[in-house]
Design a protein around this ligand. Structure first.
Ligand SMILES: [Fe+2]
Ligand SMILES: [Fe+2]
Length: 261
């Protein structure tokens, strides 16, 4: 199996870049699945239901989110209904959404998707290790192909979770910091890992937002709205290949500069 996981889609630039490029990237790279984190799609925070529909119709097979999951509460019915989107597995059980889902395409083995949030420099969430244990038990023998989006701030947090999952899942791929890390590798027990796959959005920015406005607020402590930036739009992610048992054979960073129209 060969899949592409795209990091946080940021605002219109990231959203349009994903929509305009996913289909041909999928054909060009002969991908079985494309999964994306879309927590920043709606003007930098959250995801609107119409955007979700357009992503699914545009060639994205499954969507993950993160700490911005409920920034647009309009997404709640989608989280309740669709089997193509997950909430973080260590969010409250009462929160809308599934803790994991399984995506399928004809002629291919199914791919389970899990999103998990870290706890270092993040808002409080339940224990990610316990949540992962519970979800993996539920998945059981339903599929050997499992993608975990680890949404966390600290690289140490992500490394801990990846080592804990090594040999239990196909890939542990990081999101949330929006900056790709140079540590993509297959761990000893054949789980692919990268601390952060980077964002799909404008890189002439501070993690996707207008440089001057973020700098002004950081420098002066005066609040202002952080507009989504526009320059140097790139798609970033990771491509993972695995054998029929769901064990990773390779991971490659994916990065492409795009011109949106
Ligand atoms: Fe996040
Ligand atoms: Fe994000």
């Amino acid at each position: 199996m060969k899949f592409l996981f795209l990091g946080d889609i940021v605002g219109k630039p990231g959203f349009n870049a994903v929509l305009q490029n996913t289909q041909h990237i999928r054909e060009e790279l002969d991908l079985d699945y494309v999964v994306a984190n879309a927590e920043n799609a709606s003007d930098g925070s959250g995801l609107m239901p119409r955007q979700f529909d357009r992503l699914i119709n545009g060639g994205i097979d499954g969507v993950t989110l993160g700490d911005h999951i409920f920034r647009r509460k309009e997404i709640i019915p989608t989280l309740e209904k669709s089997d193509r989107i997950v909430k973080p597995a260590n969010y409250p059980g009462s929160a809308a959404g599934r803790r994991w889902t399984m995506i399928t395409r004809s002629g291919r083995p199914p791919l389970a998707i899990i999103s998990i949030m870290g706890r270092v420099y993040m808002r409080p969430v339940d224990c990610p290790f316990d949540a992962l244990d519970a979800v993996l038990e539920e998945i059981g023998t339903q599929t050997d192909h499992i993608l975990v989006d680890v949404h966390a701030e600290a690289t140490s947090d992500k490394q801990c979770l990846a080592r804990y999952l090594d040999g239990k899942v196909t890939a542990v791929l990081g999101t949330h910091t929006h900056v790709p890390t140079a540590d993509a590798r297959v761990l000893p027990n054949r789980t692919a890992f990268q601390c952060d796959v980077g964002m799909c959005g404008p890189y002439e920015s501070i993690i996707g937002r207008d440089i001057d406005r973020v700098t002004h607020t950081t420098r002066t402590a005066e609040p202002c709205h952080f507009h989504v930036a526009t320059g140097d739009v790139r798609l970033c992610g990771a491509i993972v290949e695995s054998d029929k048992h769901g064990r990773a054979t390779s991971i490659e960073r994916f990065e492409r500069q795009v011109v949106t129209v």
